[in-house]
Design a protein around this ligand. Structure first.
Ligand code: HEM
Length: 416
């Protein structure tokens, strides 16, 4: 299905094999725990802009979150900047997310089961997914081409940055000059750069939206996490990277967010590459296996009251917790586990720390001035994503607002 949509060569959709291994070999090293440290300044800067955007335009708070997640991955992949909420790159990334989000659960189309059906006419009955794939194909090809071309123009104009495209193009050019064959060709660079945006944008934005939702629904958790931030950071500055390890409760808020709503509740399906036996069950070669991450995160024998947002559950009993294990599966499993986990986690932790330090998140207020609780709406097409919802976002104090304004102004001044 995804190949028919025009995605390949994109790591996420490549089948296991030499091409996948080559892409993984190129894409994994820049995103190890040690290497993602180089993006921390970028992530904190964009997180500050996000918090200020949410504070200044609370009605459109979701746009600030979208801008944040796009700005981080676009810069890392292509060296491109998102200059404002109406940047065309945000629309581009949203279109991509839409195309993926509405294409149904991975590996569930007739084309995944019977690859030859890809070549059938799409007006035949039961071929809606093929029609969908072909409708999106030109748009997706454009989405992978335009930022790549913009990045190449940057290189031509002499701009030098550490983005993925710039780094890979330097290697490509050097090989070409020496007459050495480039096994990672231009199409591979284009696809791999797009992968960073496709895989890293919507997932991060969707998780920030979940954080906002759970903080809004659980004011006691929000106050406790804010108190922790206040005690560690004080009132004279905003949180920095050094503070993150000293905020254990806040870290558990993120873990509990992963558990409450894993974005891919049935994971990304993997096909077995050989006959296997698991727990006495026979799994023939080429069986498509869906890991039921949702069940793993909600099974009552492991997680008491699984639908309660309760970050303390992971603490040992003597510290008032329930000694439950941290959730697994939100980032997948095995040799196809998410390569962006450390990058994503850093984005989420720094934006969460800054949000806790600077804003109060509450239910939206009605015309009568009273909070109006509601049930949010969800999309379950392949991924479980909360749809944009209203929230009241207000600055915690004049002091926190000043600190945020000052930091963002200083950043703009440095850039300008
Ligand atoms: C909260 C944010 C994120 C979540 C929840 C998430 C989740 C996932 C999941 C469930 C998979 C499938 C793993 C499997 O097949 O078992 C995956 C794969 C992948 N993710 Fe992420 N991801 C996130 C952020 C990112 C970021 C920021 C990047 C950017 C570098 C990224 C890059 C990838 C890539 C390239 C793959 C495909 C790996 C492969 O097939 O070999 N992800 N992610």
């Amino acid at each position: 299905m995804f190949e028919e949509m025009g995605w390949s060569p994109t790591l996420t959709w490549l089948r296991w094999g030499p091409k996948h291994q080559l892409h993984r070999k190129v894409l994994q090293p820049p995103f190890t725990k040690a290497k993602v440290g180089q993006h921390m300044a970028l992530q904190r800067k964009e997180a500050l802009v996000c918090c200020k955007g949410m504070m200044d335009q609370p009605v459109d708070w979701v746009n600030s979150v979208r801008r944040f997640s796009v700005a981080v991955v676009l810069k890392i992949a292509y060296g491109l900047e998102v200059d404002g909420p109406s940047s065309p790159w945000i629309q581009m990334a949203d279109d991509t997310a839409n195309a993926v989000g509405k294409s149904g659960a991975p590996a569930s189309s007739i084309m995944d089961r019977l690859p030859a059906t890809r070549h059938l006419p799409d007006w035949l009955p039961f071929m809606e997914r093929l029609r969908y794939a072909r409708t999106w194909r030109p748009a997706i090809e454009k989405l992978t081409r335009l930022p790549f071309e913009a990045s190449l123009r940057q290189i031509d104009s002499g701009a030098d940055n550490q983005s993925f495209v710039h780094t890979r193009m330097a290697i490509w050019n050097e090989n070409a000059q020496k007459g050495v064959a480039n096994d990672f060709d231009l199409d591979d660079i284009k696809g791999a750069a797009a992968t960073i945006v496709i895989a890293g944008n919507d997932t991060t934005a969707a998780t920030v939206m979940l954080l906002v939702l759970y903080l809004m629904q659980n004011p006691d958790v929000q106050r406790k996490a804010q108190t922790e931030v206040d005690e560690v950071v004080g009132s004279k500055r905003l949180p920095h990277w050094d503070d993150i390890p000293n905020l254990p409760y806040m870290n558990l808020v993120l873990q509990e967010t992963y558990r409450m709503n894993p974005l891919s509740p049935l994971g990304i399906p993997h096909a077995s590459i050989a006959d296997d036996v698991y727990n006495g069950m026979s799994i023939p070669k080429e069986t498509i296996v869906y890991p039921n991450v949702w069940a793993m995160c909600h099974v009552e024998s492991v997680y008491a009251e699984p639908f309660r947002f309760w970050p303390e559950r992971y603490l040992p009993r003597e510290k008032g917790g329930n000694g439950e294990p941290l959730p697994v599966g939100n980032f997948g499993f095995g040799r196809r586990i998410c390569i962006g986990k450390h990058l994503a986690e850093n984005s989420l932790l720094i934006v969460l720390a800054l949000l806790l330090a600077t804003v109060d998140i509450d239910w939206p207020v009605g015309a009568d001035g009273k909070p109006e609780p509601f049930e949010p709406e969800w999309s379950f097409r392949g991924q479980a994503i909360v749809l944009p919802f209203k929230a009241s976002v207000t600055s915690r104090s004049a002091r926190s607002k000043d600190l945020l304004d000052d930091e963002v102004r200083a950043l703009e001044h440095r850039q300008g």
